[in-house]
Design a protein around this ligand. Sequence first.
Ligand SMILES: [Zn+2]
Length: 97
Amino acid sequence: MDSFKIKAIERLETAKWCMDKDFTSSCVSNLYFAYFNFFQYVIGESPKGRWKHIGIAKAFVYKAYRESLCSECNEPFKSKEGEVICDECFLQKTSED
Ligand SMILES: [Zn+2]
């Protein structure tokens, strides 16, 4: 799955190069595919078939909505109602007060 991360970074660098050269449409298409590859990297297994692009974007949003990185320890956790810290950090914080 790291190959998607590498592709995303390459496309981002290419987009930056295109922007410096004023190649606007090439910049935009490279940015689109940089995001697309980043989504593939984050979700892991990609949907296939006709709706591949929409399916990958939906899977990314679904995952991003349900999982967050803890603002204290930076570890992924399931966010229930918009919490920004994991249960462990919450308990540690409340016991310190
Ligand atoms: Zn935490």
